[in-house]
Design a protein around this ligand. Sequence first.
Ligand code: PRX
Length: 665
Amino acid sequence: MSDEGPELEAQLTEQDYFRPPTDFVGQANVTDPDIYERFDENYPEAFEEYAELLDWDERWDQVLDDSNPPFYEWFVGGELNASYNCIDRHLDERKNQAAFIWEGTDADERETITYQDLYNRVNEMAAVLRGVGVEEDDVVTCHLPMLPALPVTMLSCARIGAPHSEVFAGFSAQALADRIDDADSDVVVTVDGYYRRGEFLNHKEKCDEALEQAESDVDTVLLWSRHDELHEDVEISDDDPYVLVDDLLHEHERERVEPVSRDAEDPLFLMYTSGTTGQPKGCQHRTGGYLSYVTATSKYVLDIKPEDTYWCAADIGWITGHSYIVYGPLSLGTTSVMYEDTPDHPHKGRIWEMAERYDVDIFHTSPTAVRMFMKWGEEYVEDYDFDFRHMTTVGEPIQPEAWLWYYKYIGDEDAVIVDTWWQTETGGHLITNLPALADMKPGSAGKPCPGVQPAIYGDDGEPLEAASGKAGNLVIEKPWPGMLQTVYGNDERFIDEYWRDFSDTDSDDAEDWVYKAGDGAVHGQDGYFRILGRLDDVMNVAGHRLGTMELESAVSEVQDVAEAAVAAREDAEKGEVPDVYVVLREGIEASDEVRDRIITSVEDEIGKFARPANIIFCDDLPKTRSGKIMRRLLENISNDEDLGDTTTLRDPSVAEQIREQVHGD
Ligand code: PRX
């Protein structure tokens, strides 16, 4: 921190809250504090205000049907198309306005895609999808990086009513294969490659392997080209199911595809996410409720206006990108910035250089990125002339120190910051301040969004008093339009994962059903919620959600491994990182080679982003008398915390030995 740093910190101690700047308040999309009361008193009908932000082919007859909890239905009887709402409806007013400004790895490679361009591309790609046999309700699996092809493909699927299931490009072949199988996709969309730190990555190779590993028979893989033609390193053989998208686009040039009217409850997309078991869950999102919710929260929380230049520096392959790069911002008709590669390529000022070049108004990133920028130092920021009006953080708790740095050096102390708590399952923001209506409090997500009713429950299933200041399980007591419909193909799992713990599952009264978020939180006396992190076996590594079971099963794939347990270690930069405790089979010696095999297995089964931080070889793992591995103790060891009560262990010396091995005392 520079000289003024301590001043700011002092300010924080004296006064925990920061006022939104007057200039911001003067122009904000929502300034009427009655919004909260309106939604509370008029729940669920008030959510009509959200749906009315969209164009519907058929208006709904009922806002919420809660007669069969937890299978809630929103805007029942309504019909609409998401692609129409994100593109066609803007053409009269802003066909030549940029929808996306995209930069490649090399900043000289720039593309401006106007709403009219997007319309043309999406129509042609929709014709391509139809041409290869995709029908309404077929799930199309995509494995695309941050190229314009990604939003184009998603919106083309939406246009013809085919739910997309985008798999983050960093996921491995095996992870892709698992998701193709679970969604039973006949058609997959990928690209020949993309750039990371300036190097071309052959991405098609991953799809080749996935096709071998998948049980389903994929009929067609639509292969985009990163450049005008296929990269020289990428080959297609005659018996591959690959078809070049560019050739097909040429065949369907200038074709128009009528947007299909979808029932409000028809699924728009699947997004797989990690849970407490090894198998990722396909969160299924509906068309009407989801689109209404992300459009409204983009408007009220992110304060997006059509004339803004907005930049959410997340990857579209995760829910943040789906909701707040593609569907919400486009539905509002704004201009979004997108780029390929990493924030330090070709230099550590890349983000701020782009912010200046496009005069970005609204900026959206993760606490991990903020910590990284902070580590690099403000000198990388100071050279550039940009002026954000609004900034967001998402995905992890932000430490007050990182918040202050973001506020000072990125926001110049005159931008508003919203800390948005939500999840893949929730579709959009649930806890965060409406920026003109509440003061900012570093480290606190803030108040619930209008009409959203979070509460804190004890482990005994009883609600704690509101604003008690005590930590407990974060739950949501009433349904909201952005919520997932179910876990794809597995209603039972949907109930087990999200509802069983705090609901009376025999009841058909919605009041008895309570959604479990899986996070710990505190509801402070000021009414603000502070999120503490996951309470289940889910880790948050640099904002990427990872299941410990998934990691353990990847490690156990290595033949030499007899047993493995994963613990989350706190990390100053990434939030959490996985430590893997491994017991090898009889007769196998710990070696760098075994270590490498474990790392490779995690990279192959999940992806490079899930790489373990440490691999600790042990003789045994701490277990209860019934043989259950005590992960909590391993977590204590990883974080150098007191081991606490070990009397329930079969052999208390095991944990002590591991602790000595790791910390040497
Ligand atoms: O633990 C919470 C954390 O991220 C989890 C959801 O991860 P995912 O489904 O990948 O979605 C991330 C983008 C919304 C949550 O259960 N999390 C998310 N936002 C915050 C957060 N933790 C603290 N503060 C936040 N603002």
